[in-house]
Design a protein around this ligand. Structure first.
Ligand code: NAD
Length: 321
């Protein structure tokens, strides 16, 4: 068995490798070669923690396993640890023997940023110049760094419920040599691409905050009850998801499905666009929206890439098991 500790991940896996792993696994999902297992998520009644499992099997990449982890809200204050904690376990699909244990915290941020990046690459207008961020927390910095590599963006604009967090976005824009402007939600009409990455339980970005031709990546809603955008925006947009089953139950589309303003049949997998079995964007006026709910196969894909790199570079810890 191979162990790749959390502290090694940053030096091993970059945005390029993460992007490639996620593009491949979304393609495999859409062609029926990979599927996710039902998600388990439980309030365990201890330390206010939410704990669960996301797993799957990718027959194309021969990746089998799960990510175990969740949210411990008191970690930072009580233990000096980050509140989100996860670990990926990979198994040999031929024998069922455990193959690897990989730290999952940084991997989660990298694979989530890669997912919106894939959606921007395949669905945003080629001439997109302004990127708008709704959200400025931990994930937002990863999201923005990855997104900026997908188009020749000239400006970053941002809105956040807690304006004191906006310097997080300004810092990433500055790294890329781009100007940053804090805007009201109404100012998001300037954006050609918008990423929403908040932990909101009520819609903030509404249809009249979005211009025709915009691509929106909704990345924050990964749980029943969360919501970042208005159902009017979902109804107006051509919607693509990582996985339709998650999109309609725990993703951004859950509310539009519940009130009947979007039909499940109108949501497509982004992997279909990657595989060229769906044309994706059809005009420069169309609003496209990616519902990135976060699937277990994404975690397995990046963990598998990390294991290969750790072995290649002699960093993998090998244990007889
Ligand atoms: P964080 O705590 O670092 O940041 C939270 C962000 O949400 C901040 O910008 C904050 O200002 C904003 N926010 C909080 N309450 C809000 C409200 N009521 N209305 C609007 N904005 C509000 O969290 P993070 O680690 O950046 O995660 C952000 C979200 O992304 C979470 O909901 C998390 O569960 C989700 N997430 C999704 C995936 C995925 O694969 N889709 C992966 C990881 C995290």
């Amino acid at each position: 068995m191979i162990i790749v500790p959390e502290k090694e991940i940053g030096a091993l896996l970059g945005r390029k490798e993460s992007y490639e792993a996620i593009e491949q696994v979304f393609a495999a999902m859409a062609s029926g070669n990979a599927y996710n297992f039902p998600v388990v998520r439980e309030a365990i009644g201890h330390a206010d923690a939410l704990y669960g499992f996301k797993g799957g099997f990718d027959q194309a990449g021969m990746t089998l396993g799960l990510k175990a982890g969740g949210y411990w809200p008191n970690n930072l204050e009580t233990h000096g640890l980050i509140n989100h904690q996860s670990t990926v376990f990979l198994f040999d699909p031929d024998t069922g023997r455990v193959k690897a244990v990989v730290g999952g915290n940084l991997l989660t941020a990298l694979r989530t940023a890669a997912a919106s990046s894939v959606s921007i690459n395949y669905l945003a207008r080629k001439d997109a110049k302004v990127i708008g961020m709704v959200g400025a927390g931990h994930q937002a910095k990863f999201q923005l760094r990855a997104a900026l590599e997908q188009r020749n963006f000239e400006k970053v604009i941002g809105w956040n419920l807690h304006p004191e967090m906006l310097p997080n976005l300004e810092e990433v824009a500055a790294e890329a040599g781009l100007p940053f402007e804090a805007v009201e939600l109404s100012g998001m009409t300037e954006a050609d691409v918008i990423i929403t990455i908040t932990s909101s339980f009520a819609p903030t970005l509404m249809s009249d905050h979005v211009s025709d031709g915009t691509h929106i990546a909704c990345m924050g809603t990964d749980t029943i009850g969360k919501q970042e955008v208005g159902v009017d925006l979902i109804a107006r947009a051509s919607v693509f998801a990582d996985e339709i089953a998650q999109s309609i139950t725990l993703g951004e589309c859950q509310h539009a499905i519940a009130n009947g303003s979007k039909a499940e049949a109108d949501i497509r997998q982004v992997g279909e666009v990657i595989n060229s079995t769906h044309q994706g964007r059809t005009s420069d006026d169309e609003v496209t929206l990616f519902d990135g709910t976060g699937v277990g196969l994404q975690d397995l894909a990046v963990a598998s890439a990390v294991v290969d790199l750790a072995v290649e570079q002699g960093i993998a810890i090998k244990v007889d098991f």
